[in-house]
Design a protein around this ligand. Structure first.
Ligand SMILES: Cc1cc2nc3c(=O)[nH]c(=O)nc-3n(C[C@H](O)[C@H](O)[C@H](O)COP(=O)(O)O)c2cc1C
Length: 401
């Protein structure tokens, strides 16, 4: 039988570990996934979030290792997405009188997912006494659905943050200091870049709300995915505040492209050389070899974004088009104003690939100081040298501006 993991006295982790998950709605999860739920043994036995339905047995076994699941009195639903709410009907079946607390928006969404199981709405500032402990709720709309909230266990100083501060990271140890913190931080960044990034302003407000609780209010952050922050609470809050939600762009370049016969690849390398010659940290990513979700991790704080494709059937390559579509969703127009975009590619008879990329970058709010870099068939060394120098000139102009 699987066991719960003690977080603090009478507080347990009762989630599931998906060691083999390598994909989560289009995002690669090379380190697997966990679905975290937490059980608090107080006068009212309280469950914070549940787990994905496929982890029902694992989740119930872990709860049963400390208490009969039918004894659950309170279920907190911080977020309706099914990886967290999937077992609410299971708990309601086993413990029919359990009361489910969630935001007013979540009442509507839970009803749409599972029917009316009886949901009690709570708003920011509302509290719930579960005995020795008080739970305090803060709505965090659009981090990353309209229904989101976080829950503070005031006495234990645990913030149950749901998706915020989460990471896709499966491991046998539940706490930050028991894992390779660099890998955990890397996954926290990738998670933010691929899930939370479009809601940067809302995430910034959520961080502000957490900060406003005061420096001593939180000892642990217990997210719904990945490890529990206990020794690195300050580090993850600082990373969110200063890097993730700050919108601050670094002297960094992403060069994302596809190529059939290597000509566009040559232009990509010339662009990369231009950045490197100016000391810009450049990441060259052939989209056949790099997943979109990894490219978006690099994109997060890159000032320069070069996107390339040869012309294929009067347009761009499908991987380049996917990249632009994914990027547009994750980084809406208003977030791109300070970014510098470059379009590039080779063509045979009509340069529609690079031209269409340029049009998309402009529509997405990028500044495009250069016309697309496009070459008919195989680029000459002379042309590649020109591209390199043009990139260098743009970087220099940026620095002088
Ligand atoms: C299947 C296929 C379709 C193509 N369609 C077009 C096209 O519609 N317009 C065009 O100008 N060139 C077209 N080309 C030519 C390529 O754009 C050209 O070969 C280019 O140099 C390839 O760049 P790459 O080496 O980066 O793949 C096509 C090539 C292939 C193989």
């Amino acid at each position: 039988m699987l066991s719960a993991v003690k977080v603090l006295p009478d507080v347990y982790w009762v989630g599931g570990v998906d060691w083999n998950a390598r994909e989560f709605h289009g995002y690669t999860t090379e380190d697997g996934i966990t679905y975290n739920a937490y059980l608090i043994l107080d006068e009212k036995v309280t469950l914070v979030d549940t787990a994905k339905i496929t982890f029902k047995d694992e989740f119930l076994q872990r709860i049963a290792s400390v208490i009969d699941p039918s004894k659950i009195d309170v279920v907190i639903c911080n977020h309706v997405e099914m990886d967290h709410s999937g077992n609410i009907p299971t708990i309601k079946e086993l413990a029919p009188s359990a009361q489910v607390y969630c935001t007013p928006q979540a009442v509507k969404e839970l009803t749409a997912h599972y029917g009316d199981l009886g949901y009690t709405p709570v708003k920011t500032g509302d509290t719930l006494s579960i005995g020795r402990r008080t739970l305090s709720f803060v709505q965090t709309p659009m981090v990353h659905w309209p229904d989101n909230m976080v829950t503070l266990d005031v006495e234990d100083k645990i913030l149950f943050s749901n998706d915020a501060f989460g990471q896709h990271f499966a491991s046998s140890a539940r706490f930050d200091d028991e894992n390779d913190i660099h890998e955990v931080m890397k996954q926290a960044r990738k998670y933010y870049a691929n899930i939370v990034q479009p809601y940067r302003m809302q995430a910034a407000n959520a961080v502000k709300a957490v900060r406003s609780l005061g420096p001593d209010a939180i000892d642990l952050i217990a997210p719904a995915h990945g490890i529990i922050w206990r020794s690195y609470v300050k580090d993850i809050l600082d990373a969110y505040e200063n890097v993730f939600v700050s919108g601050k762009l670094e002297d960094k370049a992403l060069i994302a492209y596809d190529s059939m016969w290597g000509s566009t690849d040559k232009i990509a390398h010339a662009i990369c050389d231009g950045f490197l010659a100016e000391g810009v940290s450049a990441h060259l990513m052939d989209l056949k070899a790099n997943h979109l979700s990894d490219a978006m991790d690099v994109f997060l704080d890159s000032r320069y974004v070069a996107v390339g494709s040869p012309t294929l059937n009067s347009n761009m390559m499908p991987l380049t088009s996917s990249f632009l579509t994914y990027m547009r969703g994750l980084s809406p127009k208003q977030n791109n104003g300070d970014r510098i975009g470059f379009a590039f590619g080779s063509y045979g008879w009509a340069p529609l690939g690079p031209k269409n990329i340029q049009a998309e970058l402009e529509a997405d709010g990028f500044q495009t100081p250069e016309a697309p870099f496009m070459f008919n068939w195989i680029p000459t060394q002379e042309y590649l040298d020109q591209v390199r120098e043009k990139v260098r000139a743009v970087v220099r102009a940026q620095r002088e501006a």
